[in-house]
Design a protein around this ligand. Structure first.
Ligand code: SF4
Ligand code: SF4
Length: 179
C-alpha cells in the first residue's frame, strides 16, 4: 500500500465513523417511543379500532340488541361463537325465540370482524381492552350476555273503543201509522 492509499483509506474510515456517530447522536436526543408497560397502564393509548375481544353492546338501561338470529354464529369461519336460545311465550299468546347464552371463545377467534359486520341489529362490537391474558385456555371462553335476560314487556293497553258515529246514536223517528 502506498502512502497515498493509506491516507485515503484512513480518511474514509474516519468519515464512516463520523457518519455512524451522527446517527447515534441523533437517536440519543430524539424523544423515546418505547412503552414502559405496565408502569404506564394509566396513560396507555390503545387505538380505538384495535380488536381485542368481542363484546355484546349494552345500553344504559342494560338492554342489548341481539335477536338471537344466529347470523354471527353461521358466518364465523371457525366456530368461535355458540348461541343458545330459548322459546318464550309472549303476552299476546305468540311465541318468540330469545337469546339464552352467547358463548364466545377468544382463544380461537381470528378477529376477522365478520360477526360484527354481518349482525343485522348491530349488537356486537370489538372492544380494545387488550389485557386478556389468562392462565387456563378454558378461561378464554366467555358468556357475552353477562346481565340477566329481561322478560318481554307487557303489551300496551288496548285503545279505548271509538265513539259511535252520530248517525248511530240519533233517535229513530217513529214509523207513520199504517192506513
Ligand atoms: S349478535 Fe347479531 S347476528 Fe348474532 S345472533 Fe345476535 S342479532 Fe343475530
Ligand atoms: S371475529 Fe371472526 S373468528 Fe372471531 S368470532 Fe367473529 S367471525 Fe368468528
Amino acid at each position: 500500500m502506498s502512502i497515498q492509499e493509506y491516507f485515503v483509506s484512513l480518511f474514509k474510515g474516519i468519515h464512516s465513523l463520523i457518519k455512524g456517530m451522527a446517527v447515534t447522536g441523533k437517536e440519543l436526543v430524539s424523544p423515546k417511543v418505547t412503552e414502559q408497560y405496565p408502569e404506564n397502564r394509566a396513560t396507555l393509548k390503545i387505538p380505538e379500532r384495535f380488536r381485542a375481544t368481542l363484546t355484546l353492546i349494552y345500553d344504559e338501561n342494560g338492554n342489548h340488541k341481539c335477536i338471537a338470529c344466529k347470523t354471527c354464529e353461521r358466518n364465523c369461519p371457525n366456530g368461535t361463537i355458540h348461541i343458545d336460545t330459548r322459546m318464550v311465550d309472549l303476552p299476546n299468546g305468540k311465541k318468540k325465540v330469545k337469546l339464552d347464552k352467547y358463548i364466545y371463545d377468544l382463544g380461537s377467534c381470528t378477529f376477522c370482524d365478520l360477526c360484527v359486520t354481518t349482525c343485522p341489529t348491530h349488537a356486537l362490537e370489538f372492544s380494545n381492552d387488550f389485557e386478556q391474558a389468562v392462565f387456563r385456555r378454558e378461561a378464554l371462553v366467555k358468556q357475552l350476555n353477562y346481565l340477566p335476560e329481561k322478560d318481554e314487556p307487557a303489551p300496551a293497553p288496548a285503545p279505548a273503543p271509538a265513539d259511535k258515529p252520530e248517525e248511530a246514536t240519533k233517535p229513530v223517528a217513529p214509523e207513520p201509522p199504517k192506513e
